[in-house]
Design a protein around this ligand. Structure first.
Ligand code: NAD
Length: 302
């Protein structure tokens, strides 16, 4: 089935985008080169940041994600290790592996690729990771640390978005920010980070009654819903900065976001494309987290 193309979207396609396109691929490349430089400096002091990824079972998407994460880590000079466990792995075996990685001084960042196969308790596994090695920033300690402003690893997708906003010259201070979606990995930490950056933050979700009105008030819009072009371009406030986290695969394989891109680009000051916006940043910020965890493990706080 083809998505419905509204008249506004058709007109927008004809006119072409007006907004600055925020090039996540280019910003991610910049972040990787900064991390590589910092890793070379650490290597000069005998410290090689180590990222260990744990993958359980044979989920094809997880295999692709893990391959990408390992490639990135190797390219910036990290030590990259993968533990690939079979689908019949027990909770005890998985917890034992995490305990072993927690105790290994060469491991600075641990990432357990989600989702885990049925029958394994994700929450127990995430809680077992030493918060000082929590490369994804999902441990409850680090979630709390974000909410009260203690430094530490931050969830990669919202951390990458903060960097994109900076690149687009958008300082959230005093702005009205709307985050659509309240997931633990994107929506909630995003709201906390925007709040920390002094935005006035609203979080919308599936029970929000008037989404168009909320969108219409937002100077910064972050859409993390997972529904093809749910946010219509005509809802977007003139001059807003639009960050589209959504990754929705259409029949035929095309990837589209949660925002009606062409029409939104007519009204926004800046907008992220899908693909090539938020996605590359998520991967890049994992490297930043691992680097910072390695630094914190070896170098006294400055
Ligand atoms: P999720 O399914 O956990 O959460 C979706 C949220 O959208 C929920 O909080 C829900 O309340 C809200 N929602 C659903 N329908 C809504 C509606 N009609 N109006 C308003 N809100 C509504 O999803 P998630 O894990 O946060 O991911 C969201 C999207 O972002 C997905 O497409 C996912 O693939 C994508 N994603 C991309 C990256 C990246 O790196 N680019 C990273 C993580 C997630």
């Amino acid at each position: 089935m083809h998505p419905v193309v509204t008249a506004a979207a058709r007109l927008a396609i004809l006119r072409g985008p007006m907004a600055q396109i925020i090039d996540g691929k280019a910003v991610a490349a910049q972040v990787r080169s900064e991390v590589a430089k910092a890793a070379r400096e650490l290597a000069g002091r005998g410290i090689v940041p180590g990222l260990t990824v744990v993958r359980v079972g044979d989920d094809p998407a997880s295999a692709v994600y893990v391959r990408g994460k390992r490639k990135d880590s190797e390219e910036v000079g990290f030590r990259s290790v993968e533990h690939h466990l079979g689908v019949t792995t027990t909770q005890i075996e998985l917890m034992e592996l995490v305990a072993q990685l927690n105790a290994d001084p060469a491991v600075h960042g641990i990432l357990v690729q989600l989702p885990l196969p049925k029958g394994l308790d994700e929450r127990a596994v995430l809680e077992a990771i030493d918060p000082r090695k929590d490369a994804d920033g999902f441990h409850p300690y680090n979630v709390g640390a974000l909410s009260i402003g203690i430094p530490g690893p931050r969830p990669c997708t919202p951390a990458g978005i903060m960097r994109l906003l900076k690149t687009a010259g958008c300082d959230p201070r005093g702005k009205r920010a709307l985050v659509i979606g309240r997931s633990n990995i994107v929506g909630k930490p995003m709201a906390m980070m925007l709040l920390e950056a002094h935005a006035t933050v609203t979080v919308a979700h599936s029970r929000t009654t008037d989404l168009p009105a909320e969108v219409g008030r937002a100077d910064i819009l972050v859409a993390a819903i997972g529904k093809t072009e749910l946010v219509k371009g005509t809802w977007v406030k003139e001059g807003a900065v639009v960050i589209d986290v959504g990754m929705n695969r259409l029949q035929g394989g095309k990837l589209v976001g949660d925002v009606e891109y062409a029409a939104a680009a007519q009204r926004a000051r800046a907008i992220t494309p899908v693909p090539g916006g938020v996605g590359p940043m998520t991967r890049a910020m994992l490297l930043v987290n691992t680097l910072e965890l390695a630094r914190a493990a070896h170098l006294p706080a400055t």
